[in-house]
Design a protein around this ligand. Sequence first.
Ligand SMILES: [Zn+2]
Ligand SMILES: [Zn+2]
Length: 157
Amino acid sequence: MPRIVTRRTKKAPEGFSKIEPTLQDFEVRLKDIQDTKESKVSSKGNENLWKIMQVHHERSRYIYTLFYKRKLISRDLYQWLLREKYADKQLIAKWRKKGYEKLCCLRCIQTGESNNGTTCICRVPHAQLEHDAANKGTKITFKQCVHCGCHGCASTD
Ligand SMILES: [Zn+2]
Ligand SMILES: [Zn+2]
């Protein structure tokens, strides 16, 4: 078992103790992935990175849901969590926009870098992929995107 490093340096606002066990679970999962990195770095390098991004995504989602959907935590606590980097502020800002409700990560909407000026294929609705493949007389080949291992995150899927 990896040692749990408690990150509570500054005093947390009220309500933190209620969600702390869940946040520690995320922390443990991240540590586990990082610990296995060395042994598999060559073939699984990407996969490990994807897993780490996945955990970060889930943790942001958890905090986003607590505050915006279930309204279970105070604004104080929410903002403290953002400051302490428990959640990705920019990603959450996207989720609140129409069409980005399920966005996997910010890299997948950054145009220009490595995707030839288009958004990542994981943003294309499944129906569109199916349509395109049918037009070409092929099957959908997309499974996971290279940035974060996303299986598809269009809002309509
Ligand atoms: Zn995606
Ligand atoms: Zn993607």
